[in-house]
Design a protein around this ligand. Structure first.
Ligand SMILES: Cc1cc2nc3c(=O)[nH]c(=O)nc-3n(C[C@H](O)[C@H](O)[C@H](O)COP(=O)(O)OP(=O)(O)OC[C@H]3O[C@@H](n4cnc5c(N)ncnc54)[C@H](O)[C@@H]3O)c2cc1C
Length: 465
């Protein structure tokens, strides 16, 4: 934390260079999506520097072309239909890993923009490129989604208990090895994104039935957590649809209880702010962490499955989701225990803000920074966006971090680190993931248009010198 005198001397300077100013300065000129960003009254403009100047030109051009296309309904509608077919088709002709022409077409367009690569060499290059841009770290996940023929899934032993085939157990091994391989592609300080459903039916069935983690899964997860800690990395558990999420939360708590022993968590669970029950879920996590003495790691998202969920579980409007998201971030950053457990101490905790929404990022960063500057207790905050999305926000966050670092020592920083989240796998393996990204862009037209404007502005700046 900052000492009082350092804080007073540098308060104005830090605020002028602060994310809330930097982000809000840009956001003031945009419409409703950002209208409620919190601005401090004494903030003055710093020297004008384009934070997107850090993007390589080839990256900028590809991003501009693709993002522009995504704002066009005429393009997006057939593109979505095509991606949906490609992500589910069993035809060799429509399999991008078998059809070379299709593979090349997808690579030149969406794959290279949204995915990290198909093998260690490609992924390492992408990770190095991203870090060269200035991100403080990456989050890497393996996209492979396991599909099993139902006939080879289970066999009965006459007792009524489910007996899984050898193939099901091999899937858990394959998943563990794929996850450990992914870990080797990131470095200390980076995150591993773990999808527990990727381990196949042994995992999915138990999660859905809200049973304890099967032994074979518990052993695999233990090995992954131990390797992650040994490497100096961290991991997060991706959130799923509600049919799985209650079981997944139980497992996540069990894993955090076992592995989050130090100040900084090794394991983060994901909370989806669009759920009406998300605040109560956070309170449950906080209470258990406090009572049992482990460190709580939370990655906060809005939620990606609105089109496939029971709608009544999700907040009625986007505004309600926004409020819920901001409340959860504020509860953690302000270290507020639930009303019925106020007497319990706030546990050791950390928050990862996973969002493309600049207003939410701005609010949370402002709260965090104001608390640090006022010497009020808070928790570690980090931010991240998905590769190929919201680059204007990501670049602002990176620039603010770099400016703050130039002004202060790393230990005294009041701005969060910025990460880029990426997925790797062959083109065919990534089709489901790419389809989800396209669906997300369809639902965020205003933000996508904002990104196009920022990219155009940066291109024009380069052309005109
Ligand atoms: C680094 C990272 C990791 C992620 N990991 C996961 C994950 O593990 N699991 C997961 O589910 N998602 C994950 N997501 C996706 C995330 O949940 C959102 O879908 C996505 O980020 C868009 O939300 P946003 O916060 O960026 O803000 P915005 O784009 O401003 O908000 C869009 C979101 O608001 C909500 N919303 C939209 N319309 C309505 C409505 N009418 N009523 C109620 N709510 C509405 C939806 O959640 C929608 O996705 C991740 C995102 C990031 C950046």
């Amino acid at each position: 934390m900052l000492s009082q005198s350092t804080m007073r001397r540098s308060t104005h300077r830090i605020l002028a260079q602060s994310p809330q100013y930097q982000v809000c300065r840009r956001l003031r000129s945009t419409k409703s999506h950002y209208h409620d960003a919190a601005l401090g009254p004494t903030i003055r403009p710093p020297v004008e520097v384009s934070s997107m100047a850090r993007l390589p030109t080839r990256f900028l051009l590809r991003s501009l072309v693709l993002t522009s296309l995504m704002t066009s309904k005429m393009f997006l509608r057939p593109a979505l239909a095509l991606m949906s077919v490609l992500s589910t088709s069993k035809s060799a002709l429509l399999n991008p890993d078998r059809n070379i022409a299709l593979n090349k077409l997808l690579r030149w367009t969406v794959y290279n923009h949204f995915c990290a690569g198909a093998n260690k060499k490609e992924v390492s290059r992408t990770v190095a490129d991203v870090k060269k841009i200035g991100y403080q770290g990456v989050i890497l996940g393996y996209s492979r989604e396991i599909v099993l023929d139902h006939n080879e899934q289970v066999s009965g032993d006459g007792s009524g208990a489910t007996q899984y085939s050898k193939k099901c157990y091999e899937m858990v091994d394959e998943w563990k090895n794929g996850t450990l391989e992914t870990l080797q592609m990131v470095g200390p300080g980076d995150f591993l994104a773990v999808k527990l459903t990727g381990a196949g039916p042994i995992s999915v069935d138990a999660m859905m039935a809200r049973q304890p983690m099967p032994e074979v899964m518990a052993k695999a997860v233990d090995d992954i957590c131990i390797a992650t800690e040994k490497q100096g990395s961290r991991l997060w558990l991706d959130a799923e649809q509600q049919i799985l999420q209650k079981g997944l939360d139980d497992w996540a708590i069990e894993i955090m209880r076992k592995h989050n022993k130090h100040e900084t968590p090794i394991v983060y669970n994901t909370i989806q702010g669009y759920l009406k029950g998300s605040k109560a879920n956070l309170d449950h996590h906080l209470t258990l962490a406090s009572q049992e003495g482990w460190t709580l790691g939370i990655k906060l998202v809005r939620g990606a499955y609105i089109e496939h969920e029971t709608r009544s579980l999700i907040h009625d409007t986007q505004q309600d989701t926004d409020r819920s998201y901001d409340l959860i971030a504020d509860t953690m950053l302000s270290r507020r225990m639930p009303a019925d457990n106020r007497d319990l101490p706030f546990p050791k905790a950390a928050l990862f803000l996973a969002t493309h929404n600049a207003a939410s990022a701005t609010k949370a960063i402002a709260t965090h920074q104001n608390r640090l500057l006022a010497s009020q207790p808070t928790i570690m905050l980090e931010c991240g966006q998905i590769q190929g999305m919201a680059d204007e926000l990501s670049c602002e966050l990176v620039s603010n971090y770099e400016r703050a670092l130039a002004e202060s020592s790393a230990a005294n920083l009041t701005v969060p680190k910025a990460y880029k989240c990426m997925t790797w796998g062959s083109v065919a393996e990534c089709m489901g993931y790419l389809h989800r990204r396209a669906v997300e862009n369809r639902g965020a037209v205003e933000r996508t248009q904002h990104m196009v404007n920022a990219l155009r502005h940066e291109l024009w700046r380069r052309i005109t010198g």
